[in-house]
Design a protein around this ligand. Sequence first.
Ligand code: AVJ
Ligand code: FE
Length: 459
Amino acid sequence: GLEAAASAGPEALAAELDAARSRSLGYTDLAEDDLLRQHSPLMSPLVWDLAHIGNYEEIWLLRALTGTPELRPGLDGIYDAFRHSRASRTTLPLLGPAEARGYLADVRARVLDVLAGLDADQLLPGSGQDRRERLLAGALVYGMVIQHEHQHDETMLATLQLRSGPPVLDDPGTGRAGSAGGAGGVVVDDTAEVLVPAGAFTMGTSTDPWAYDNERPAHRVHLPAFHIGRFPVTNRAQLAFIADGGYDDERLWSAEGWAWRCQEGLTAPLFWSRDGDVWTRRRFGRVEPVPLDEPVQHVCWYEAEAHARWAGRRLPTEAEWEKACAHDPVTGRSRHYPWGDTDPTSEHANLGHGQARPVPVGSRPAGASPCGAEQMIGDVWEWTASGFTPYSGFAAFPYREYSEVFYPRSNDPARFRVLRGGSWATHPSAVRSTFRNWDFPIRRQIFAGFRLARDADAS
Ligand code: AVJ
Ligand code: FE
């Protein structure tokens, strides 16, 4: 895992960099047209993501660490995510696929030289005060770049899911997920809840060297008792919501949600269609019946909110989600992952594209948190009720554009909603109990579902 890589020094970091690169190159091993085309106005052309990954690595692991000049002047402007909307990126003078791969390889060769010249001591957590020392402490800047590449890999998977036409990706893990019920064929109650008693817990972290600025600092949060779903909401439950007219019942939706539902004509999760009495979903170019026991994905925040209201529940706040995921009432500590502090394995969590879909609820009992919530890490990102706001004591580091520019503005108090827990497409090194993701409440192309909650004293 990442912390282990940081403490193991340069060779382990090189291996993590290499693993991320294999993934990026695997997802872009496609025909030129598939790389250059805009598969959806919501997404960049894949060749933009690819060179952006290299440009980010150049900026942080070469220029910020060693002060080297730009390798190819002009690229920063093209690959600055804030300068150009995703929809406009095909009009830029992008590097072509071969050029982009060459640029990535050039950057990486230099990065490995720099890394090999570092002293393992410089990568120890907590040493040093100047900017370069702070970037190196705990290998923070390497963690940032490795996680960044994996985040774009997940984004590229979302692009490939939006792509129309016959499949271009292998379908990993087929047959291993099982489709009927939980572990070993045991059918679980997918609407089961667990209780989280009232009390304080530690939210966020001040010590994890690879945590982003928005996860800091650690702080105590007191919460009243609440119930939370043992599992994420399943396709079975989403079908019941559909069958009960949930998409047509204005009373279940917020005003903005209803306006959006009407404008877009939403009737089911993205990629679903009805074929007579059977609901199917398109998954990376393959059409298959909707599997009842899998967590629902490709729903926006507004759909999640309407479903929760229909179920007589609500979305958990971000603090509730993190307490249910991480708080250990025996030690009083918060865990790095629900099951403890050890790195995720496939027994604990469905992460890292081991399979190209969520696994059925009940399939990862070894990953349960102390309160008994399962599949909090992996499978689907989970929408929370909370807007993306800074924790008290937040300090942007090492750059404002990772988190700070996404916080609320006075004229726009809740632009982004927080998602937690990672998806099947998230690499294990890019998620943990404290990790915060965010997106607009209308977004459905991300691998996102939700979990339900309610106050403990309400029934
Ligand atoms: C944290 C996933 C919202 O993809 O927009 C990638 C991560 N930041 N490049 C995003 C990110 C810069 C970010 N999310
Ligand atoms: Fe980026």
